[in-house]
Design a protein around this ligand. Structure first.
Ligand code: SF4
Ligand code: SF4
Length: 288
């Protein structure tokens, strides 16, 4: 069982950001539904399409106050499928790549992705039901190969292959077009996580996580380790959302921080550490 955490600072901050992101991405769907169903009493002008909102879109493609933001992994698939790359795509992905490149790639997984939020709820439920599952079912780098495979398949088929089974896009399409495919995919992932292996989707299989893992090998923010304060209790490893093994180089004193591109900067390890040996902050991209 995961240890009782000494504080919940990062968990609370992440929940606020995760729910805010969820609401933001649900808003266009809700407003379109609101307009379509004619629930307009008392409003002078109700948006009839999502494009009339200051924000619209999904995690794959969105627009905030007219600034277009595109999911870099979806664009890589589009480029592979079309065997072409346009300036518009570059402009759309640049803010995302620069933002997560500076912070750390998988901060997207830890702080924004709604699937991670759901699977953290599955973790909680499994603990409540006292269900025991395996911790490591598939090696964490498998998602890099899944991402690469998706790009190769996109090039061969001329289609955006991950978008065909991505739980996030399928849920969006499901709400808009009444399809149940997204819900069924998500349910399958939840059941596998609940009954077979902890965090297998985010840790090992999600190609979007694979893309952000590759981007996360750079980044100016890290989990930093005060080796002298560490008592080697293992609490940080027990709660790690990415993979306990990524803490090993810091715990053994080989590195002064977590260097793996897998780290989500979720801060669960920082909250769990009873001796305050861990912290998150700016760090040199060249760790000692
Ligand atoms: S860093 Fe903190 S939680 Fe992790 S082993 Fe050391 S004392 Fe325990
Ligand atoms: S090392 Fe810490 S911050 Fe990074 S994923 Fe694991 S628990 Fe989260």
């Amino acid at each position: 069982m995961a240890p009782k955490k000494t504080k919940h600072t990062f968990t609370i901050a992440r929940r606020i950001v995760q729910f805010a992101a969820l609401l933001l991405f649900m808003a266009p769907l809700l407003v379109v539904g609101y307009g379509l169903f004619g629930n307009v009493s008392g409003m002078e002008k109700v948006p009839q399409t999502a494009a009339e909102l200051p924000f619209f879109g999904s995690l794959s493609s969105s627009s905030i106050l007219g600034i277009v933001l595109l999911d870099p992994f979806a664009i890589l698939q589009a480029a592979a499928a079309a065997k072409d790359f346009t300036m518009g795509w570059l402009i759309g992905i640049l803010p995302i790549v620069v933002f997560y490149g500076i912070i750390r790639g998988r901060a997207f997984c830890g702080w924004v992705c709604p699937v991670n939020l759901l699977l953290e709820a599955v973790d909680w439920l499994r603990a409540k039901l006292n269900i025991k599952v395996v911790e490591h079912a598939i090696p964490r780098h498998a998602k890099l190969w899944v991402a690469l495979g998706i790009l190769v398949l996109s090039a061969i088929t001329g289609r955006l292959v991950f978008e065909m089974f991505s739980p996030i896009s399928l849920i969006n399409k499901g709400i808009l077009f009444g399809s149940l495919t997204g819900l069924i995919t998500l349910l399958a992932i939840v059941l596998i996580e609940l009954l077979w292996a902890r965090r297998v989707w985010c840790r090992a299989l999600c190609p979007l996580g694979g893309f952000y893992e590759a981007l996360g090998t750079v980044g100016l923010f890290s989990v930093k380790m005060d080796f002298d304060a560490c008592t080697h209790c293992g609490h940080c490893e027990a709660v790690c959302l990415a993979d306990p093994e990524i803490l090993q180089p810091a715990l053994s004193g080989e590195k002064n921080r977590v260097v793996a591109g897998d780290c989500m900067l979720c801060g669960e390890c920082v909250d769990a550490c009873p001796t305050r040996a861990l912290s998150i902050g700016p760090a040199s991209p060249f760790p000692k």
